[in-house]
Ligand binder design. Structure first.
Ligand code: ADP
Ligand code: MG
Length: 521
């Protein structure tokens, strides 16, 4: 590695593919090629006793050792740690993501010829707070400091805006619609001369191309059973086989109206075909879910389709003709599939990273000239779980409604109930209905070490805040004196020191470039 100053990159850590990008001295963003010469690295990790293999080789290995290859783990980020078993050992999804990030970092260092200690990472707009924090932790484990988290549709919008700044001006309101391998994300974005303003955002972290594959897999399994009296889905290897073949059939149906099926399982041959119309029919309920989310966005912004100028498609699953057809039927607008490419999210994250850096100090001259301001919103409401005064049933006191411009803060006043009370505690939740059902538990907030001798009814102001990364922060003060009170946020998904050291140990035993050293020279 040479002595150039360290670099900052943008990362799209996708369910299916990951991309890393950077901004050069002339202010242009470029995706970085990995050691196989490709800009997209498959998000797959082969876990073996002597180390992990990331990317294309892991995908290849999945055919012969499906139990040892971790894929699609992005969906499980922030869930119970140690929840997935590979090759007989349980690994946390966070560790697998960190191995992916370490590979991306090493590839970037090799290509740029300098250290890459920092990144802006794009995450789905619909990612809840624990998933965002788990992503930051995964990066830390991979030796990357996260300068900021940016929402994927916003990153795509930044890449588009950066390009527009060179060619055209004029305001534009767009619907960004990104259907990837595992997740769906959508935003309504207002492009102005030097600003991007996200008006509303939403999505589903459990809805993506994989679910379309599963529909075909179920159909294939039933056809096998009907024609050949065998059910491949009864074994893990058979399941992996069905999903692999289903994805191929799905891809074929994007360019052709019918796809022929010739498959063999345990020596039994299935011969059939499927028409695109049939596929569209049995996946209609999935597409409908995206339609409802888009409608809710319009509702939230108070816009009708007349207020939307363009629809920009992103994500591999938008290659299914059913997507553009549905959006066209809804809106009368012909969706644009050329503005956002497979690399746009990473490039937008890289531009955002360079912008943040240039505000702080040096870096490309051109970034000073184009002063793009970016305002994002939160996909989920942030609330405090309380009791209804009249009915005493549980209720969700919403502090920051969804689609509020970030950063956002809300201050509530709590009163102590007893004389001499030294602490106040409450639960913070994200999303959920009026009673807090279907919410994500952020954790228990404890304001303690209050001075002794306070009378009952002493007001304590509590400020709950989302920063621009949509991470929760809490501050408290005694109203009478304005003095800060001590706050502890006991996060539901927090990792203990022991968990961290176990993770580190595992990471170093699996990372091919152990101790974070890359092979760049
Ligand atoms: P992610 O951002 O989640 O990593 P991508 O944007 O790379 O995902 O999209 C991956 C998804 O796109 C996969 O489910 C894949 O099957 C699907 N996909 C890619 N090409 C096509 C195609 N031609 N037709 C239909 N689906 C496709
Ligand atoms: Mg994506």
């Amino acid at each position: 590695m040479n002595n150039d100053p360290p670099s900052i990159v943008g990362i799209d850590l996708g369910t299916t593919h990951s991309v890393v990008a950077h901004v050069d001295e002339s202010g242009r963003s470029h995706p970085i090629r990995n050691s196989e010469g490709e800009t997209m690295t498959p998000s797959a990790v082969l876990v073996e006793d002597d180390g992990a293999v990331v990317g294309r080789d892991a995908i290849k290995a999945a055919q012969i050792m499906p139990n040892q290859v971790a894929r699609d783990l992005k969906r499980e980020m922030g869930n119970d740690p140690w929840s997935r078993s590979f090759g007989g050992t349980n690994y946390p999804p966070l560790l697998i993501q960190s191995l992916l990030l370490a590979r991306l970092r090493c590839d970037a260092e090799a290509e740029l010829g300098r250290a890459v200690p920092q990144a802006v990472i794009a995450v789905p707009a619909c990612f809840d707070e624990p998933k965002r924090r788990a992503t930051i932790d995964a990066a830390l484990l991979a030796g990357l400091k996260v300068k900021s988290i940016v929402n994927e549709p916003t990153a795509a919008a930044i890449a588009v805006a950066w390009d527009r700044a060179r060619h055209q001006t004029g305001d534009l309101t767009s619907l960004m619609y990104d259907l990837g391998g595992g997740m769906f994300d959508t935003s309504i974005v207002r492009f102005q001369e030097n600003a991007i303003r996200v008006m509303a955002t939403g999505g589903n972290a459990m809805l993506g191309g994989l679910d379309w594959d599963k529909c075909i897999a179920r159909w294939l399994d039933a056809e096998f059973s009907l024609q050949q009296n065998v059910r491949p889905s009864e074994s893990t290897a058979g399941d992996a086989f069905l999903l692999r073949e289903s994805e191929e059939i799905k891809h074929a149906l994007s360019s052709r109206k019918r796809a022929g099926v010739r498959l063999a399982w345990e020596g039994r041959v299935l011969k059939t075909e499927i028409a695109r119309e049939r596929f569209d029919e049995f996946t209609a309920h999935l597409l409908d879910r995206t339609r409802f989310i888009v409608r809710r966005l319009l509702n939230d912004t108070g816009l009708t389709w007349a207020g939307i100028d363009t629809i920009m498609l992103g994500g591999g699953s938008t290659r299914m003709p059913q997507v553009a057809q549905m959006l066209h039927r809804e809106s009368g607008i012909e969706p644009d599939s050329s503005a956002v490419t497979g690399e746009s999210v990473a490039q937008g994250a890289a531009i955002y990273a360079a912008m943040l850096n240039s505000r702080a100090d040096n870096t490309p001259e051109v970034l000073h000239q184009t002063n793009l301001s970016v305002t994002d919103v939160n996909a989920h409401s942030l609330g405090v779980l309380g009791a209804d005064k009249q009915t005493s049933s549980r209720c969700n006191h919403i502090m920051i409604p969804r689609n509020t411009a970030l950063p956002a803060a809300h201050t509530t006043c709590y009163e102590t109930i007893r004389d001499g009370q030294r602490s106040v505690a409450f639960e913070i939740i994200e999303g959920g209905d009026a009673r807090g059902k279907h919410s994500t538990r952020i954790g228990r907030c404890v304001i303690d070490k209050l001075p002794p001798g306070l009378p009952a009814g002493t007001p304590v102001d509590v400020e709950i805040r989302y920063n621009t990364d949509t991470i929760v922060e809490v501050k408290a003060s005694l109203r009478a004196t304005g003095h800060h009170a001590h706050v502890r946020l006991e996060r539901a998904s927090a990792m203990t020191g022991e968990m961290w050291s176990n993770l580190r140990e595992l990471f170093f035993s699996l990372d091919p470039n152990s101790q974070g050293e890359c092979s760049a020279d």
